[in-house]
Each structure stands twice: as C-alpha cells, then as structure tokens.
Design a binder for this molecule. Structure first.
Ligand SMILES: Cc1cc2nc3c(=O)[nH]c(=O)nc-3n(C[C@H](O)[C@H](O)[C@H](O)COP(=O)(O)OP(=O)(O)OC[C@H]3O[C@@H](n4cnc5c(N)ncnc54)[C@H](O)[C@@H]3O)c2cc1C
Length: 776
C-alpha cells in the first residue's frame, strides 16, 4: 500500500543534523560537557548521552548521603532532565561495545547508535581479583548497585539480632570515607532505635598503609579518628579470598564478615577490552593530552576511565570534572576538523575528606587542616557544584543559572563530503510535498534491510516481495478488526518512540479481544543527511517491529515521508472468531457493562502531564523513565486475563483520558460508573506535574467534558481532577468485571506484571436523568 505523505506542499526544515557526538556514560566530565554544549551550540551537531542510569551520583557528596546528611536527590544529577534542558538526546541503556569501523556504539538489548565522534566517561569499578570477591563482596561502584545494597544493609541492621560485622576492603580516601560514613550512620540508627548494643563492628583492610597518596599529617589524623570510632584497621593486609559470610587475608587468617565492601584500585569496564583501543593493564583508555584515544582519533575518554599518557592522575572526581570543559571543546573541534587543544591537569589538588560526622579533613600536597568548618566549606562547594546541574521549577531551563547560549554560527565550519554537502543543502532547500516528500529509496531500503519481520502464512504479498500493495488472506472462521493510530514523537529516542507507537496502536486490538495479525505503517522523518535519516528510521522501525513481532503481528507494508517532525503510525488488523452465521464471537466491546460490575484499570495514569513536563525539562528523570516503562508494557496478557475472568466490557485508555473513555463505556451500556478517585493508580510524579500546572495540550478539550460527570463542581475541585482528563499514550486497559471475579482477576494481573492494576470504581444502574459518571 502506498499512501501520499500528509504534508504541506512545501516546507523549510530547521538545520539538518550532519554530525553526531555521542557521550557514553553520564560521568562528571560529561555533565560539564553538556552544559558547555548548551552554552556553545554547534548547529547541525546532535549530542546524545547514553547512560545506564537516569540519575548519576556526584562522588563528593556520596559519603554524606551514606552518613544521612543528604537525600538521594541532593547527591544525584538528573541526566534525563539535564539533557531535556540542554537539548541533548538521552538514551537510558548500557553500552557493551564499539564498532569503530562502522562508527557505532553497541547497546544491550537495543539497536546500535551511530557516531561521528564518541566520548567515553563510564567511570571505574574496583578490580575484584581475589577469588570469591566478585560473587560475595559488594563493589562500591557502579554506585546504583551499591545504593541498593546499602539500603538493604540499613534494613538488615535494623532487624539484626546480633551486632553485624562489616568489612571494607581498600584504605584509600574512598574506602576510609565510606567506612566512617557507614559507621556514623549505622551507630546513629541503632542508637535512635534504642539498640545501641547492636551497632555493627567495622574492619578496614588495606594492602599497604592508610591513605597512601596523602601526607603523613592527614594519615595520622585518620588513624586517630578510625581508632576513636572503634574501626579495626588491618594495615598491610590484602584480602586474598572471600566466601559467603567470611574473608581470608593474604596472611591466611579467616574472619567472619556479614558484609564485605570493595573500594580498591579501580579500572575500566570489561567491554573496553574488545574495542581494539589501546588500554592500560586495568582497562583504562590511553589518551593524549587532548583526551583523544592514542588509537582512534574519533574516540575520546575522560574521568576515571581515561589514562593520560603524560600524567599519572589519581582516580578522583575532581579530575573528571576538570576534564569536562577541555573535552567538550575538543569534541566540537574534532567534528569541525580543527586542531585539538591540550589539557594540563593541576599538579596539586585539594581533597576534602569527611569523617561522617559533619567534620572534614583538607589535604593538599604537604598541607592538611581539619574541622567542622572544613565540612561546612566542603558542603558549600558541593552544593554549589550541584546547583549548576539542577534544573528546577516549572520552566526547567531557568534552573541552569548563568547559562546564556552564545550566538551560534549559522554556518559551522564542519567539513562535509561532497555527497553530504549536497544532502545537507537539499535538506534545507524548499521541500516538495506529495510524493516528492518520500524518503529516498536507497535510504529506506538500507534502513529496513536487517529488519526481521514475523513470518505469517496468511501474508501472500508482504515486505519480502514488495508490490503496490500487500495481499493478506483472512483465515476461515475469522473476521478482521481494523484500527489506526498516528502521532508525532514526544521523546527524542526513536527506538523507544517506535516501541510506544506500535504498542499504542495494538492497544485497540487487545481491548477488542482480537489477535493482532498484520499491520502497515506510516512514518515521517525530518529531512537531513542520509546517514542520520537512515539511522533514525532504522531505530524507530526496529523498536516498532520488535513490539509487533512479540504480539504476533506481521508488518506487511508502509510509507515513509519527510516531515518537519518525527512521527509514526500504524494501521493494524486483528482477527476475531465468527460463528457459522457470520456473527462475531468473543469480541469485547465498550458497551457491555452490567450493574454490579467492578471497574478495573491495568496501568497507572499521567503520561500526558508527565511528557508535557518533560518537554519543558520539568519532570524528574526517574518519573520519565518509569512512564516509558509503563508505555512499552503490552496490554496483550492483560486482555487475555480480563477475558478469562469474564470481563463484560473493555477499552484501552488513550487520548480522551479516564473520564472520556469511561463515558464511552458507560453510555452504550446504559449504566452509571462510580469512580473512586483516591483509588486511581498514578504514575510517579504525575500529581506533582499537574499541581505545577504542567498539563498536556489536549487537557483543555478533555476537561470541557465535565457535563458527563454528575457531581462536576465537586469533582473539578479535587486535586486529582486534572489527571482524570489527562490524555494517555499507550495507556492500560479499562474493563468491567463481575464483582465475584474481580479480586482473583486483579491477583492474576499482578502476577503477570501489571503491578499497579487495581479496582477504580463500580458500575450501577443509571438513575433517571443523571450523568454517566459520578466521582467519590
Ligand atoms: C566512596 C567514594 C567516595 C569518593 N569521594 C570522592 C571525593 O570526595 N572527591 C573526589 O574527587 N573523588 C571521590 N571519589 C572518586 C570518584 O568517585 C571517582 O573518581 C569519580 O566518580 C569518577 O568520575 P567519572 O566521571 O570518571 O565517572 P562516574 O562518576 O563513575 O560516572 C560514570 C557514569 O557512567 C555510567 N556507566 C558506566 N558504565 C556504563 C556503560 N557501560 N554504559 C553506559 N553507562 C555507563 C555510570 O552509570 C555512571 O553514571 C570517591 C569514590 C568513592 C568510591
């Protein structure tokens, strides 16, 4: 099937993307670089940050978090929000390799990302070479894993029947600081609970002396503090083996230990070994003074994972931060083909090491001083640093104080190949409409060439033998269920957008009780250089096809065209049974609700408000990531379960919001629905967004439907009202189930992973002259 692109006859797009700078890892250097890029944008250069976590810890405040002086948000930079505010793409994923020839970054469980220049700032993890350490000890990095374990340890200590023994392996600044912070916090917690006698015992193991890179005065002071706090320090005692519940020193002595924390010399990730880049023994990337790999001029590295050829730097956050600005400048110079600038690290640096109890020791070269005031000074420095990356308030960008984008050059000196120059010129020229707006055939075929589409014996002509249209057989005893959905991208990750768009389109079929069968697609992609257009299309279609395949739905054709914005839609076809008289059977419709039924909702609501907020960089990264996870969760299993428990009516929650879709069910059923507003499952952050007035653009139109609510005036005063009319993308199923089966149905839904599924109301006979919905 070929459908002409729905575009205005002519359009002039914004500057096309001609180069990609990809930042791998959300470390200290990259957050500094992101700020720099926002203040000094290069037109035509796209910045993409890929990180395993949406929030990255600031190392300087981490011990203070463990000690209980800071909250999680105080010590974490919200990468997703920072990217939204600075105009960078954020992709939450784990990088597992580089193909330097193809210039792609390999990601776990999702397609590769193309780069022109890539920068690696993935930090380091302790080298756990002792047998059993990897299985039984907890590395302090990556910090997300440590944080989960730390929260578990807090809980374990709170419920312990005897004092636990905690061993810290590593006597550098990180190990000592962490040890004192944990000791302080756990003693405070046990004392506050009246269980001071159950405060854990601490042991610190170090293969040489304490704080070997610091002066003797600082070493003496920490020796004294550790002794005063009852920490048993084992000097010159490397840990040689770890088993469950115990460890063995190199001297051969075994010691019981309930928890073993590893804070030793750190190295780069294992995946770096296969990149072919020159690495040090501990897998750090060897770089010139320009932070460029000595092997590959397109690869840069900074922070702990970088090993400068000419300087032996300690693995410290302070260097990672300092590298951020020169790194950003050199990345921009690299894409412009300009000579790079060297970075000269400072010879002496000030370390402020805390003792857990709001006291800190300053150490710089041969100097050292200490006091509660040093902690307050450190606290002031750290909070000021974090302030530079916090995006606060309704207008997220305002939070990046002091950030005034420089006037960008309209014509960056990026050297393009003759082909690229032609493509870039064509992209900014007046664009044709009609079939002149189609994506070029070679770009399209390259983008789709590795797409694996679910085979289907009913497809007589499909993508593998393309023609003017697809030909699909309807199996005997079946009828076709058709639906179509299309929308523009609301996230800048095309793979994720593809998954959500396909999932959203399939929602209608699941709600009807149909088995997805075949689909055609329509996609619009902003014009640009072929390589970027192809990559965007490939990412988006890969995401979509994975979802269609998983649902048993075969993509049989489609159309792609240029447009001002990325957009994707599907015409989906499903199958339902028909009996010998040609009547459909087993179809779930909106209009079957019965008085006495219980109304169930399978997913939380709030996507409209959350993505309105995200568009203004005003939503927290973890809210956005949780909402995305909810949106990619298929409704297929939920639909089967609802049918199994005798659902009488069903619909999927989409643009008209909860009230709109409830009315669509109540009216044809001739009933009234009593909605329990307090019971509604909400996505994290959704209420905060609407309370700040961050509403979807469709909200106003949905809210004008208040006449369908019996007690509208009272309902509209409820703080949750805006979420009742919040448009949903890839929302859950709304279904009425006979009351005796509702509880078992909910248990089954929970078991299938619909953790937020709950009963949100009941169905009753419609009182004469009343509106179809009433809120309680
Ligand atoms: C307890 C403790 C206290 C410390 N205190 C201080 C201090 O006070 N001052 C100081 O200067 N230094 C301190 N350090 C050292 C400091 O933590 C590190 O030197 C610093 O974090 C290194 O920063 P980075 O930018 O290289 O990487 P990191 O800050 O470690 O950031 C790396 C990022 O990359 C992400 N990532 C990792 N692998 C991948 C992957 N494969 N794919 C995608 N993303 C990935 C991670 O999730 C993380 O967000 C401390 C260390 C410890 C253990």
């Amino acid at each position: 099937m070929r459908v002409a692109a729905q575009s205005t006859p002519m359009q002039t797009p914004a500057t096309p993307i001609v180069r990609d700078i990809v930042l791998v890892g959300g470390g200290h250097s990259h957050v500094v670089a992101l700020r720099y890029f926002a203040m000094h944008p290069l037109p035509g250069v796209r910045i993409t940050l890929i990180c395993t976590d949406a929030h990255t810890p600031y190392s300087g405040m981490l011990p203070g978090y463990v000690a209980g002086h800071y909250s999680y948000d105080d010590v974490h930079i919200d990468l997703c929000r920072l990217c939204a505010a600075t105009g960078a793409r954020f992709i939450q994923a784990e990088v597992i390799g580089l193909d330097r020839e193809a210039r792609t970054v390999h990601l776990r469980d999702r397609p590769d990302i193309e780069y022109d220049v890539v920068s690696i700032n993935t930090g380091s993890t302790p080298q756990m070479r002792a047998p059993g350490a990897a299985e039984h000890a907890v590395p302090v990095k990556p910090i997300t894993g440590f944080n989960q374990r730390w929260l578990q340890l807090l809980d374990k200590v709170a419920h312990a029947k005897r004092p636990l023994t905690i061993a810290i392996v590593g006597g550098g600044a990180g190990g000592v600081e962490l040890c004192l912070a944990m000791q302080y916090r756990l003693r405070a917690e046990t004392q506050a609970a009246g269980r001071a006698d159950l405060a854990p015992e601490f042991h610190l193991f170090t293969s040489d002396g304490l704080l070997p890179t610091h002066n003797t005065g600082v070493q003496r002071r920490f020796t004294q503090v550790l002794a005063e706090r009852g920490v048993q320090v084992h000097l010159q005692t490397p840990v040689a083996e770890v088993q469950a519940g115990r460890l063995r020193s190199a001297q051969g002595e075994w010691m019981e230990a309930d928890e073993v924390l590893w804070v030793t010399q750190a190295g780069g990730g294992v995946w770096l070994q296969d990149t072919g880049l020159a690495l040090t023994d501990n897998r750090c990337i060897r770089v010139h003074d320009t932070l460029q790999s000595i092997t590959d001029p397109r690869v840069f590295a900074a922070g702990d994972v970088a090993a400068m050829e000419n300087f032996a730097l300690e693995k410290a956050g302070v260097f990672a931060v300092r590298m951020g600005m020169p790194l950003a400048i050199n990345l921009q110079r690299a894409v412009q083909g300009l000579p790079l600038q060297p970075y000269r690290p400072q010879r002496h640096w000030l370390a402020l090491i805390s003792t857990g109890d709001k006291f800190a020791v300053a150490s710089r070269g041969a100097l050292g001083f200490a006091g509660a005031w040093v902690w307050r000074w450190k606290d002031w420095i750290d909070r000021r640093f974090m302030q530079r990356f916090s995006v606060q308030g309704v207008d997220g960008l305002a939070g990046l104080s002091g950030m005034t984008p420089s006037t960008a050059s309209a014509n960056p000196s990026i050297q393009l190949s003759p082909d690229e120059a032609q493509q870039a010129q064509a992209a900014v020229a007046m664009r044709c409409g009609g079939c002149g707006a189609k994506v070029g055939a070679s770009v399209l075929s390259r983008a789709l060439q590795n797409l694996w589409v679910q085979p289907n014996p009913d497809v007589l002509l499909g993508l593998d033998s393309p023609d003017d249209a697809a030909v699909v057989r309807v199996p005997p005893g079946k009828a076709l269920v058709h639906s179509v959905d299309f929308f523009r991208a609301f996230v800048d990750d095309p793979y994720m957008f593809g998954r959500i768009a396909a999932n959203h389109a399939l929602g209608d079929l699941f709600a009807m009780g149909a088995q997805p069968h075949t689909a055609t697609t329509i996609a619009t992609v902003p014009p640009g250089v072929d390589r970027q257009v192809e990559a965007t299309l490939r990412q988006m279609m890969q995401g979509a096809v994975e979802v269609l395949n998983a649902a048993g739905c075969t993509l049989v054709g489609g159309h792609s065209g240029e447009g001002a914005e990325l957009a994707l839609g599907f015409a989906v076809n499903g199958l339902v049974d028909v009996d010998v008289d040609g009547q459909m059977t087993g179809v779930l419709r909106k209009g079957g609700m019965q008085p006495g039924d219980v109304l169930l909702l399978t997913k939380p609501i709030g996507t409209g408000a959350l993505f309105a907020a995200h568009g203004r960089a005003a939503a927290k990264g973890r809210w956005v990531q949780a909402a995305l996870s909810s949106m990619v969760q298929s409704n297929q299993a939920a639909a089967e379960t609802l049918r199994r428990f005798g659902a009488t009516a069903c619909t999927d929650l989409t643009g008209f919001g909860l009230i709109g879709h409830t009315v669509e069910m109540a009216r044809p059923s001739g009933v009234q629905v009593v909605l329990d507003v307090a019971a509604l499952p909400l996505l994290d952050g959704a209420l905060e967004c609407v309370q700040q007035g961050l509403l979807s653009s469709l909200h106003g139109a949905n809210a004008r439907q208040q006449h369908v609510v019996q007690n509208a005036a009272e309902a509209m005063a409820h703080p949750r009202w805006p979420l009742l009319v919040d448009p949903q993308t890839a929302g859950g199923l709304l279904a009425s189930v006979p009351a005796p089966d509702a509880l078992a149905c909910l248990e089954a839904l929970h078991a299938q992973g619909y953790g937020a599924a709950c009963a949100i109301g009941r169905v009753q006979a419609l009182p004469q002259g009343q509106a179809p919905v009433v809120l309680v």
